[in-house]
Structures are given as C-alpha cells and as structure tokens.
Design a protein around this ligand. Structure first.
Ligand SMILES: Nc1ncnc2c1ncn2[C@@H]1O[C@H](COP(=O)(O)OP(=O)(O)OP(=O)(O)O)[C@@H](O)[C@H]1O
Ligand SMILES: [Mg+2]
Length: 318
C-alpha cells in the first residue's frame, strides 16, 4: 500500500519553482530516503506533505487522505522531526517528553507507557532528570526522535536528523530507525550522507525542484552507471578528465562517463578492453608517474554524479 503518493506536486514562491511536478510513491513499512543538494526542495516537499504548506498545483495523498481535505486526526498519525528540531533546552528529558506527549493528547497511564518506550528506545533511561541543554548532540537527537514518536505514528518524517552528528551516533540513530521500521513505521528521511542513503530500501533524488531518480539504491546505480568503474589517481586529474571526455565525444573510445572523486578519476565504461589500453597510453610517454588502475563497483555517489551531469546537460540543451 502506498502511504505517500504525490501527483505532479508543485510549489512556487513567486516566479521561483521550488518543487516542480514531483511524483513520489512511498510504500508502507519502508525506509525511504529523500536526497538532493541544498536548496533542492526537500524541506518544501515535506512541508506540503505535512499540510503545513499549500501546493501551488498537484496533489498529495498521505495515509490514504488527500492533504487538501485531511481530517482533524490526520497529524495524530504522523511524526515529524524537523530540520532544526526543537527541544526545550531548559526542560529535563522527562519534561520534554511529557510536553510532546501531551501535545499529542497522551495522558496518565498511556503517557507513562509511551514515555518508557521513548526513553528505552533513545537509551535515555536514568537520564530522565537531565537538563536537555546538558545532553550531547547525539543524545539530544535521540531525544528528539523519542519525542517525535510518543504518539506511535504510522508515518515518520525526518528532515536531516543526523546532520552534524558523529559517525558512531549516526549509526546508533539508524539502528533505532531500523527498529521502528521493523515494527511497521514508515520512515521518510532526508540525508546528505551516502552511507545512509545506501541503507534505505528506496530513494528519491530531487535536483533543484525536479525529481530525477526514484528506486532502490541498486536499481539507481544499475540504471545510471551501467558498467565498470576504472579508478586511478593521475598527477593532473583535470587534464586527464578532459582528454578522456574528448576521446569519448570523438568516438576514439566507446561512450561512457568520466568524473573526479577528489584526487581520483573515475571512468565508467562498458568496454574495459578498449578503455584500459587508451588510459594506459596516456601515460606511456609522459614524464610524470603512471598511476595504478583499479576496478571498482559503481557506488551510489557515482550514480548521483551521473544523474546530476545528465540533468545539467538537459537543462542547458532545453
Ligand atoms: N518561504 C519561502 N519563500 C521563498 N523561497 C523559499 C521559501 N521556502 C523555501 N524557499 C526556497 O525554495 C528552495 C528549496 O528550499 P528547501 O528548504 O525546500 O530546500 P532543501 O532541499 O530542504 O535544502 P537543504 O538541504 O539546504 O535543507 C530554496 O531555494 C529556498 O530558498
Ligand atoms: Mg531542508
């Protein structure tokens, strides 16, 4: 069952289109990653899905309800941890959870039960009376997650929940997300971290308002980086990049893709037998060092770079 379904969802701010005819489909129970560079429309999309912002055109159906006619109880089924999530820093852990629980109409025994669940989940047992301002970043973030699920939402929106958190805390946070997902909560999460994206069941990639990919990480890689990646670190990567690009354009080597990854050049090709000798020949008579060539399995990052290049090229030609 689709828990989120959008149909040409669009939001303009004046003449500027922040979200352009986006069609998302999120299935019940999955961890769905929403990726895209800064300013691409992720938060704007989430705000529309939460009914906080009206679409300029298009529609969204969340948990079977059209957001234009969502019932009063609609938000009771949804949890939200916003990009700059806010806890009351002068309140204790317990007071924060109580406040969020009450705002979801939890009282008495039910509130107590859910508080225990949130404390357990966040690993905050024994810290109930700690002031929130004294929690480290990773703990505050887990408390914010606890607060967002006090009312046992069916669908949870997390907008860059792990930004600025250390790798270990990020991993622990994702373990919590998997547990929630296993219990049936659908999770819609934005992130800039590729390792996190690779762990989502499905992903959508939005690029300056346009959805340019949607599917499982494997499918997105397969579709956009068909072939093998040859990786090497030449002395002058930009020079080599231009040479390979020109050779691909002129047909001297089979078509493929070439991009920079820090000091490394990644050449994606379906014809290693012809590509490798060409690359080796570039260094045969040169004065510098001949780099070592490695074969790599294409990563999600390779796929996104390919997608962005394609989108930029389409934008220029169209
Ligand atoms: N209320 C608003 N009025 C005018 N422009 C807005 C408004 N809200 C967002 N925008 C613009 O819409 C675009 C998309 O913003 P949005 O916050 O959705 O991006 P994002 O993908 O969440 O970025 P980030 O990764 O930085 O959080 C940006 O160019 C932003 O400046
Ligand atoms: Mg944002």
């Amino acid at each position: 069952m689709a828990v989120i379904e959008t149909n040409d969802l669009t939001r303009k701010f004046g003449d500027f289109t922040a979200v352009n005819a986006v069609n998302l489909s999120v299935t019940e129970g999955e961890v769905f990653g929403f990726l895209g560079p800064n300013g691409s429309g992720k938060t704007t999309t989430i705000r529309m899905l939460l009914t906080l912002l009206k679409p300029s055109s298009g529609t969204a159906t969340i948990l079977g309800q059209d957001t234009r006619r969502a019932s009063k109880q609609f938000l009771q089924q949804i949890g939200y941890m916003s990009q700059k999530f806010s806890l009351y820093t002068d309140l204790s852990v317990r007071e924060n959870l109580t406040f969020f629980g009450r705002s979801y109409k939890l009282y008495g025994k039910q509130l107590k039960e859910r508080m225990q669940f949130a404390l357990d989940m966040a690993g905050l047992k024994g810290h109930e009376n700690t002031r929130t301002s004294d929690l480290s970043g990773g703990w505050a973030q887990r408390l914010a997650l606890g607060a967002a699920i006090m009312h046992r939402p069916r669908l949870l929106f997390l907008d860059e929940p792990t930004a600025g958190v250390d790798p270990l805390s990020r991993r622990e946070f994702w373990d919590l997300l998997y547990n929630l997902s296993q219990e049936g909560t659908t999770i819609f999460v934005t992130t800039h971290y590729m390792d996190e994206a690779e762990h989502c069941q499905r992903l959508a990639f939005i690029y300056f308002g346009n959805l340019i990919a949607q599917g499982s990480p494997e499918a997105i890689i397969e579709e956009n980086v068909p072939g093998t990646v040859i990786s090497f670190e030449p002395d002058d990567p930009i020079d080599v990049l231009r040479t390979v690009e020109a050779a691909m354009d002129s047909g001297e080597v089979p078509p493929g893709r070439v991009s920079l990854f820090g000091a490394a050049v990644h050449v994606v090709t379906q014809d290693v037998e012809r590509m490798l000798p060409f690359l080796e020949a570039q260094f045969a008579n040169a004065e510098g060092n001949t780099p070592a060539f490695y074969y790599e399995t294409p990563s999600l990052e390779d796929a996104f770079i390919a997608l962005v290049k394609q989108a930029d090229a389409d934008g220029q030609s169209g």
